[in-house]
Design a protein around this ligand. Structure first.
Ligand code: XMP
Length: 526
């Protein structure tokens, strides 16, 4: 396994994902990880990440622990990682006012194990050139003793360095981003050829290991899971079912704010098709009653979130009491926590991580019921969770479904939530998604949904005047959901959507398309 020491770069998670893609397990830890912990981790190689900081800054002064260079394992420094390596081993780094940001061409030099015989083009003189992505201000201006130059660009005379005898490598560019065409290959070189790590991190192996680990952890005790039908909780359900079968009980809360037929689909898939024990709680009426007269979005979110916990807790206690009569009862609560959530909470302690959407825990329940937590996805990235889902037999449409917010249609009905509105919205939303899938646009968008506007607008249908509600359609393209661009859907598709929704959904007389990007607009309307 590979250890990645994080100096706070926005690309650190990407490095980890690439290494995992290559089939090797890795973990991200803060750059100041204690020596003992590094030794206990026993890495076969260490990667030092980039950073928004400057190596020349005497205040922050982030450095790699000395043991990184004395453990006898290969080290790869990327951007800031290379610069701190240079400084710590006796080279020199200088600040420059000129930032190099974007594409660059570098010339690979010498015969380093890392870069030899890799090139995107060969010049007339026979030099191999690489297209890479750069993002830095400072640069290495003097190599440390025993290092040789392995790459150079016009702006960065020292764009790569190596000490082959100790297997220390540094690159100024970012091999982890796809703009660096040979980046994955370069990382493969480091991980496979230089660190001698085998490609053992595959979905099949992850599943087998997880199943063993779950069995060891929970033994013959009973586990409770809040199943939402989203990817993470679904994959947890599949894994636990494989590992412990009937010791798993899932609770699925229908809050009346789900998409068309969603409750029935979840039950059909998990309970009937897969034979997983799922208890469905029909709580539509309770949610609608609690939301009556409330139109403030944040208040609606709070009410929905709290009531969910309350309903889940009641059901858990009821099932637990039944279990106790049989002499069992729950000892464990399963959660779909994934690796970015773990990095985030670790990072928020050290203040080095970035803001990633926080995980929705079933708050308070573990302590109240004295439950222990089982979190089989804690080490996995979202793309790994998806692959696992497919391998475990979940259908493609489900594994790659757009995200759906916890408060569901509650934040897509503007203002007060009513059953009448939710029913209309469900139909319109289903038509939208059906057409997107049919015309090949579903996978080209990151999130798409309909929004219900409780204002009336005039129209004519046949000879009759209509005075009915408005639906707005929203479709966005995004990578991280922090920023997003509205999807440029074809006019023909919008035309079909508008015709179908107005004709097929009673209560709608007008359809709009939302052309706001994030920022300044958010993805959801509330
Ligand atoms: P915004 O609207 O903030 O949405 O641009 C970004 C992403 O977060 C989702 N979202 C939520 N998810 N509970 C959730 O679980 C919420 O209250 C919530 N609000 C927004 C939204 O669907 C999008 O994917």
């Amino acid at each position: 396994r590979i250890l990645i020491l994080d100096f706070g770069s926005q690309y650190t998670q990407l490095i980890a994902r690439r290494i995992r893609e290559i089939g090797v397990y890795c973990e991200i830890h803060a750059y100041d990880m204690p020596t003992e912990a590094i030794k206990a981790f026993n890495p076969k190689g260490i990667i030092l990440s980039g950073s928004p900081e400057s190596v020349t800054d005497t205040v922050t002064n982030f450095r790699a622990p000395d043991c990184v260079f004395t453990l006898g394992v290969p080290v790869l420094g990327i951007c800031y990682g290379m610069q701190t390596m240079a400084v710590q081993l006796g080279g020199k780094v200088e600040s420059s006012n000129l930032r190099e940001f974007g594409y660059a061409q570098i010339r690979a030099r010498g015969h380093s194990q890392l870069l030899k015989d890799i090139a995107d083009h060969v010049t007339d003189e026979g030099h191999g050139m690489l297209d890479v992505w750069m993002s830095h201000g400072d640069k290495v201006t003097a190599l440390p003793p025993n290092f040789t130059l392995i790459a150079a660009s016009e702006n960065s005379p020292i764009a790569g360095m190596a000490d082959e005898s100790r297997q220390f490598y540094g690159v100024q560019f970012h091999p982890e981003v796809t703009h660096t065409k040979q980046g994955l290959y370069i990382l493969q070189r480091f991980v496979h050829t230089i660190c001698h790590c085998e490609a053992l991190w595959t979905s099949q192996n992850i599943i087998e290991d997880s199943i063993q680990a779950i069995r060891q952890q929970v033994g013959d005790e009973e586990v409770l899971l809040a199943l939402s039908g989203g990817v993470d909780s679904s994959v947890v359900a599949m894994l636990l079912h494989r590992a412990i079968g009937q010791q798993l009980t899932c609770v699925f809360v229908d809050n009346g704010l789900l998409r068309l037929n969603e409750g029935a689909q979840v039950m059909q898939m998990f309970a009937q098709h897969l034979g997983i024990k799922v208890i469905k709680v029909d709580a539509e009426q309770r949610f609608l009653t609690a939301l009556q007269g409330v139109s403030d979005p944040e208040q609606k979110r709070k009410i929905i979130g709290n009531l969910f916990i309350q309903v889940f807790e009641e059901e858990a206690k009821r099932l637990d009491a039944e279990g106790h009569q049989r002499g069992t009862g729950f000892r464990w609560l399963a959660q779909g926590t994934i690796y970015p959530d773990v990095i985030e909470s670790a990072g928020s302690k050290t203040g080095k991580a970035h803001v990633i959407k926080s995980h929705h825990n079933v708050g308070g329940l573990p302590e109240k019921m004295h439950l222990k937590l089982v979190e089989p996805l804690r080490e996995l990235f979202k793309d790994e969770v998806r692959k696992l889902g497919l391998e475990l037999g979940l259908p493609m449409e489900m594994v790659y479904r757009h995200p759906f917010p916890g408060p569901g249609l509650g934040v897509r009905i503007l203002g007060e939530v009513k059953k009448e509105y939710a029913d209309i919205l469900r139909l319109a939303d289903a038509i939208f998604i059906e057409e997107l899938r049919k015309q090949g646009w579903y996978d080209k968008t990151s999130q798409a949904f309909a929004v219900f506007l409780p204002v009336r607008s005039v129209g004519v249908m046949g000879d009759a005047r209509k005075y009915e509600y408005v639906i707005s359609l929203r479709a966005v393209e995004t990578i991280d959901f922090m920023t997003a661009r509205w999807a440029h859907l074809p006019y023909e598709l919008l035309e079909t959507l508008s015709n179908r929704i107005i004709n097929e959904v009673a209560g709608i007389s007008r359809v709009c398309y939302d052309v706001s990007s994030k920022p300044p607009a958010t993805i959801e309307w509330e």
